[in-house]
Design a protein around this ligand. Structure first.
Ligand SMILES: Cc1cc2nc3c(=O)[nH]c(=O)nc-3n(C[C@H](O)[C@H](O)[C@H](O)COP(=O)(O)OP(=O)(O)OC[C@H]3O[C@@H](n4cnc5c(N)ncnc54)[C@H](O)[C@@H]3O)c2cc1C
Length: 432
């Protein structure tokens, strides 16, 4: 899983505080009180169009990089992000295992945004009114857009686990997880028989369980890990050979796998067969869900409340809104919700955003029928999955390591990398 400055004469529209309905006005920099207002309230008549990039997710890294190749002088680019860093989920298990420092697993968005002449606004979008071309941020700030692109990822659905209260640690937002994990490890070191449960049988749940187990062993903590993976067991949808290889890794690591559903309780997890699983900490890597504020946005949403887009990653209801990555759902084909596709769609999204602002041909992202996934197994060992093919070994971990580091490098030195962005190039990251 990868700012700010801008030449900008642009102002941030700061809305009145009565929600999204009132006129957006006031030309103040939302980060401070200094007026920046050359532009004002009504952007009508102002020649420079505003492109708002919401979230520094995988697809937007490519968009920023594409803009950096030819910094726009006719478009005001604004990046809204809760953090100056984009954490790379693909390296999170390796960080837990102690193979990486946190700095090695994240992309500093400042350099990227600076090269793209994008201004960063630190904040989280908490609402939008698509009819008024406006997004609402934390702190009652509002920003208008001519074109909006959303790459804000998904949330973890913890509805079944909420009763676990403070024991619960969702893997997203990644920033919070990065902050919390050292405390969990320290608690495990200080309590003999510490019990950690990972809920979620997808690739993330499996990798996190294996990484956590490795970290406990390395830190000489006397702990135990449970993986709660619903009835079908871990890695549904992967080839049987991949499931077998991963099951062997889990067994070697002495991780107890429960093929049952789990609900949070005050003491841990209640499994669907009635067993109470005690847990000091529950890591939730359960299914993804869309932020609920989207339901009030006015955008047409698809299955499970994600933004419905066409092959151009354009909203099917609002042509000035684009969305890519986990937050969207294609209406014309099925695309798995994964970093691989978010990365691959990036260059296409970049081209389409510019086409929409300046005119030109839109491109369609056609997902490949299969992608390579490399699953980290705690130690420097990985299982590869590519359609029906699978393999495992230390060499695959080193391959993953090279790919992941290259991904971080590619977006960390935008000025030093002048290669033209293409879909082919984007294939070199995220375990493609
Ligand atoms: C442990 C783990 C390992 C994984 N490994 C792999 C892997 O190896 N290969 C793979 O293909 N997939 C992997 N995935 C899945 C992958 O992480 C996601 O599919 C991918 O991150 C989706 O990318 P995205 O660009 O949609 O969103 P993200 O990468 O989540 O980026 C979203 C960005 O938007 C920001 N944001 C969030 N909310 C808001 C808001 N309201 N306003 C503004 N900004 C916001 C976030 O801070 C973040 O910077 C893994 C997931 C996990 C949890």
């Amino acid at each position: 899983m990868l700012v700010v400055i801008f030449f900008s004469r642009g102002a941030y529209d700061r809305g009145n505080t009565d929600g999204m309905s009132g006129p957006v006005h006031c030309c103040q920099d939302p980060r401070g009180s200094e007026p920046v207002g050359v532009l004002c309230p009504c952007r009508a008549g102002f020649l420079m169009k505003r492109l708002v990039l919401a979230g520094g997710g995988h697809a937007h890294l490519s968009v920023l990089r594409a803009l950096a190749q030819m910094p726009p002088t006719d478009i005001e680019v604004v990046l809204i992000t809760p953090s100056l860093f984009q954490n790379y989920s693909g390296m999170l298990p390796g960080w837990i295992s102690g193979h990486y420092t946190q700095a090695q697993c994240r992309i500093d968005l400042r350099a990227l945004a600076q090269s793209a002449r994008a201004r960063i606004v630190i904040g989280r979008i908490v609402g939008m009114d698509a009819g008024r071309h406006c997004v609402r941020l934390t702190g009652e700030r509002h920003i208008n857009y001519d074109v909006l692109s959303m790459d804000i990822g998904s949330e973890i659905d913890v509805s079944w686990l909420e009763m676990a209260g403070e024991r619960l640690l969702p893997v997203r937002p990644l920033d919070k997880f990065f902050d919390a994990w050292p405390r969990i490890l320290s608690a495990a070191q200080n309590k003999s028989g510490y019990r950690l449960a990972v809920v979620g049988g997808g690739a993330a749940g499996v990798e996190l369980a294996l990484a956590a187990q490795y970290a406990l062993v390395q830190s000489e903590a006397n702990g135990h890990i449970d993986l709660v993976a619903s009835e079908p067991g871990p890695l549904v949808g992967y080839a049987a050979s991949v499931q077998r290889r991963v099951a062997q890794s889990l067994s070697r690591a002495r991780i107890a796998v429960h093929r049952l559903r789990g609900a949070g309780t005050a003491d841990g997890i209640l499994l669907s067969d009635g067993t109470q699983l005690p847990a000091d900490c529950i890591i939730a890597a359960t299914g993804a869900r869309a932020p609920c504020w989207l339901t009030l946005s006015g955008l047409t949403l698809g299955e499970n409340g994600y933004i419905a887009v066409d092959g151009h990653y354009r909203s099917i209801s609002h042509p000035d809104v684009f969305a890519a990555g986990d937050i969207c759902t294609r209406q014309d084909t099925i695309v798995a919700r994964s970093g691989v596709h978010a990365v691959h769609a990036g260059p296409v999204l970049a081209a389409n955003l510019l086409a929409s602002l300046r005119g030109g041909q839109m491109r369609v992202y056609r997902p490949r029928s299969r992608s390579l996934y490399l699953l980290a197994c705690g130690r420097r060992y990985a299982v590869a999955s590519w359609g029906g093919w699978s393999a495992e070994g230390e060499w695959l971990w080193h391959l993953k390591d090279r790919i992941d580091r290259r991904f971080i490098r590619r977006f960390s030195n935008p000025k030093q990398q002048h290669a033209t962005l293409s879909e082919k190039e984007s294939n070199s990251g995220k375990n493609i």
